[in-house]
Design a protein around this ligand. Structure first.
Ligand code: SAJ
Length: 418
């Protein structure tokens, strides 16, 4: 088939590559010329295992080409929309999606299938189908077909998860579901479940809200553990020996492009809401401030004036093993302490611009704060690091350091036992 993928980001580019390597003729469309040029030259603008080998292979076979020209999309039998749906002032900003739909409308031909993969508030896919009808004078379910097929992959494992994860497909019409199912069968080995468009939208948002609310519960347990003098991680491990309990991991906060946003998308079109989901967000959003308070407490114990303190933040990425800093709690933490302390230095082996050695970064510093659970931080030699510090303070926002290293003033989220 001739397939157009609109939006060549974290999801769009891997998806375009997958369709191209399953034999389809794929045209990737993006509004950013620099992204398009890079892709056509065989370089990826996102970091993901295997992406460049796979990209070069489909480019060499002539199965994928990227463009900024709407005209090049003409003749496409399927359009797959993978554009961002960010929050703007707490409300979903669907302008990228609407723009993509308007682009599709310019070149839509009879019989074509339009799939929205972007995460959207419930009701959006139906609305976009109506918008396409108005723009083209064609009818969904008869002249063209619209479905929502939310992406469910985890950055860092995208090419595996695209194939093996199960997939939810919600057609605006039944035929749309069938056509979309056939298309994804090109490479999906997991199960494909068919439902309505609005159900599919809710399923996606519920998945991430489930995770967000559970992390908030773990974070509230951690805050309580401080008051009760308990190590929350020991308590969680013990509670999780119960066959029906699975408490998540407390930490400095919840980042990334999905979890901090999706609960708000879920609430966006609701007439009434009940508090839990918003409260969970509030707890998770407050965690960087809690870690900042731990830091100030430790500086006070060490008689270091915050305004003269040099702080090192280990990790900028929103989670371990990735270079992605979108909505990273590490950045929120830095924002909070920046004006309270003399200097904030950062070290993240995955993120550009922090290529200095750890020794250089910690030299003369008064406190180290762990903000990302990168595997590299798990076996650091704290005795060695201590030698370079002016004041040996260690704050663990990710439960990386199980046993407080000797000679440090140590504090950690959920470590009420210390
Ligand atoms: N985190 C915790 N405690 C936990 C788990 C995570 O503090 O117990 C934090 C992480 O450190 C990170 C944030 O939450 O800052 C989110 O990380 P994550 O690994 O939970 O999720 P994402 O955002 O990388 O990917 C999620 C996935 N959704 C679910 O697991 C339900 C993925 O499958 C989705 O495709 C993706 O969101 C998305 O695009 O929606």
């Amino acid at each position: 088939m001739r397939i157009a993928v609109l939006g060549l980001g974290y999801i769009g580019l891997p998806t375009a590559i997958m369709f191209a390597s399953s034999g389809h003729d794929v045209i990737g469309y993006d509004i950013k010329p620099e992204v398009v040029d890079k892709i056509n030259a065989g370089t990826s603008h996102i970091i993901e295992p295997e992406i460049e080998e796979r990209l070069r292979s489909v480019l060499a076979k002539g199965k994928l080409r990227a463009t900024t020209r709407v005209e090049d999309l003409r003749g496409s039998e399927a359009f797959i929309i993978c554009v961002q749906t960010p929050l703007k002032d707490g409300k979903p900003d669907l302008s990228y999606l609407e723009r993509a739909i308007r682009t599709v409308a310019e070149v839509l031909e009879e019989g074509a299938l339009v799939i929205i993969e972007s995460t959207v508030p419930p009701g959006t896919t139906e609305k976009m189908a109506r918008l396409l009808e108005n723009l083209t004078n064609l009818k969904e379910g008869k002249d063209f077909y619209v479905a929502h097929a939310p992406e469910r992959v985890m950055p860092g494992r995208i090419f595996k998860e695209l194939v093996y994860n199960s997939r939810i497909i919600g057609g605006v019409s039944e035929k749309a579901s069938k056509l979309a199912e056939n298309l994804y069968r090109s490479f999906v080995k997991g199960e494909i479940f068919i439902t309505t468009a609005t159900t599919a939208e809710m399923v996606k948002l519920m998945e991430n809200t489930f995770r967000d609310v559970n992390i908030a519960l773990a974070n509230e347990f951690a805050l309580l553990a401080h008051q009760y003098g308990v190590n929350v991680f020991e308590a969680i491990e013990l509670a999780n020996t119960h066959p029906r309990v699975n408490i998540h991991v407390p930490g400095i906060g919840v980042g990334g492009h999905c979890l901090p946003k999706d609960p708000y998308l879920l609430l966006a079109n609701a007439k009434e809401e009940f508090g839990l989901i918003r409260m969970a967000r509030r707890i998770n959003e407050s965690m960087p401030k809690f870690v900042a308070d731990l830091l100030l407490e430790a500086l006070n114990e060490a008689n270091v004036e915050p305004s003269s303190a040099i702080i090192v933040v280990l990790g900028l990425a929103y989670k371990g093993g990735t270079d992605d800093v979108r909505n990273s709690p590490a950045l929120k933490f830095i924002e909070i302490i920046r004006n309270l302390v003399s200097e904030v230095r950062t070290y993240d082996p995955y993120v550009d611009g922090t290529h200095k050695s750890l020794e250089e970064v910690v030299k003369g510093a008064d406190a180290i704060v762990i903000a990302t659970d990168h595997p590299e931080f798990k076996n650091l030699n704290w005795d060695e690091i201590k030698k370079f510090l002016r004041t040996p303070i260690l704050i663990d926002g990710r439960n990386i350091v199980r046993k407080p290293p000797s000679g440090f003033i140590f504090k950690g989220i959920g470590r009420g036992d210390i």
